[in-house]
Design a protein around this ligand. Sequence first.
Ligand code: C2E
Ligand code: MG
Ligand code: MG
Length: 602
Amino acid sequence: MTSMEIRRVLDALPLPVFAKAADHSWIYGNQAFADLIGLDDFIGRDDTTIFNEEQVDIFWREDDLVFGGETSTSFEEIGEGTFALTRKFPITLEDGKPGLIGLIIEAVASPEDLRKTRSDFKSAQAQSNLLLSQLQSRADGHARQYEQRLRNLERERETAQSLAHTDPLTKVRNRLGFQADLQSLSKRCDKMSGSFTLVFIDLDDFKHINDTFGHQMGDRVLCQVAERFNSLGPIFSVSRLGGDEFAVLLECGGQPTHEVKERLRGMADLVFRPVTDFKREVDASGSLGYTRYPFDTKNLSELKRYADLALMKAKKVGKGHIRKFEASDHSDDLRLRQLETGLRTAIDRQDISAVYQPIFDTSEGHIQGVEVLARWTHPALGVISPEEFIFIAGRLGLLVHVDQIVLKRACRELGPFIQSGSIEYFSVNASPSDVASLGYATNFLATLREYRIDPGTVLIEIIETAVMEKSRTARSNLEQLSAAGIRIALDDFGRGYANYRTLLDLPINVLKVDRSLISTITDRPHLIDFLVSIIHMAKALGASTVCEGIETEEEKILAETLGFDALQGFLISRPVGLARLRTAIELNGEEQALVEQQRRTG
Ligand code: C2E
Ligand code: MG
Ligand code: MG
């Protein structure tokens, strides 16, 4: 092929092709190249004709590499806004000097198109950058919001937990908080081979403080005691377990027991000092029972039971006593366990019996009603006092069942007396926990329906504390019962801190005045006025009155003279079984007939 023919081939190529001599001058360019640079007479000229200095510099440095024998590929701006992908190959020219052939592989669009593309690209880039940053900031915002919500949730959870673990009155831990602390402390001690002391505390004569100085003072004592314990220094936690019972968890490393006891004595001396309000001063004292983890036991339920036993023993000794759990206490523990299991079984088998104590109508001179009292005999331990087993049943949360069994028994055994008109009503005791439990009223009424007992012939005896907590459930239970026709009696009135408000607020039909009032009247004659005023108040409220604990003829005469509507006590009758009750009621009728006859015959 001649050089002319080669030129023609190259000229026919749609891609721009050019050749340069070693001084960078163009020695060849095809038509496409001429079109591209917009010059026809470029031969002998060089890049400086059309490109600026900077571009020329770039091109020539590249040319020099190619003159040295390398091949290059570049993507360079070859005009304002015009780009070219160029490959350059080395050649040796006829004079033996180096030269190059350039091939512009990527034919570029017109400069306008490219500019447009570039500006489109730039604006697209700007837009996408904006979008990206918007997305970023939105994502950041979401992340921040999410984090905030998580933090809030965490805080709410913490508050809820601390509320759930705090005693609202004294602000120390409550039973739940105590349980949590006990568990975490035992875990900690296990890990670090440590030890701790569990102390149960019971205030001495707290009931007396409440009764004598009122509940506000009682609350003040509780708060002060809690606060004083709390400010004592290295104590793991202080909790109020309920009522006047507290628990303290004390870390004590390897301290020997006698040192722990000294430490507790020191603590008790600081805590149990008088409590004052504006004008009064109350002695606060408390008994302590304690046990040591892990020396006494590693079982936490056992540990609590041991501290409880130690406390019970401490209280038996007298006020302000501190006592450690001893191995010999196991036998007492055994009795308690026996009672607990025995009671569970008895409840399961409905093996709780009832005795009946007549209530005497002072104006009619006959038995008007009967109080139902629970009785339980343990198969091995014998007769257990109601106070003891009712307390245990309460602790086990089983009192509702005891009362339900007693109610059924009363319905079964006393129903016939009511239906025959021999007595007007029977009266059952309800513990505060009964009254405050959901469904109590509904279940009670269902039992009466089951035995076809008219609610108008039933009385429920409650004590003030049942309603003092202002439990909504307690109130609604009482209202439901009252609406169904059941009468409500306030039991043991005058024994506690008589809250007259209770009488105004609740549907109380009967006031049972505590035995302690009538039995001490000879020593405290001013009580006569007090009793008279109670009777007046009850009358004003439309409630009838029963005087409890009549043991002597003198007491009976006094109570009648004062104007009590009814009397109850050993003088009239002790609580008796069904057979003796039947006799008493039959006799009652006869006595009545006798009285009637005497009246008629003058
Ligand atoms: P309470 O409801 O005030 O019952 C009267 C208590 O006083 C009875 O004691 C009765 O035996 C006793 N009593 C009656 N007359 C006299 C008297 O003239 N002199 C003396 N010294 N005592 C008299 P009990 O049966 O030991 O019951 C004690 C308490 O146990 C009851 O006091 C009541 O609060 C509670 N209780 C008894 N049965 C039940 C029950 O079925 N359910 C509930 N929740 N509590 C009950
Ligand atoms: Mg009673
Ligand atoms: Mg009573």
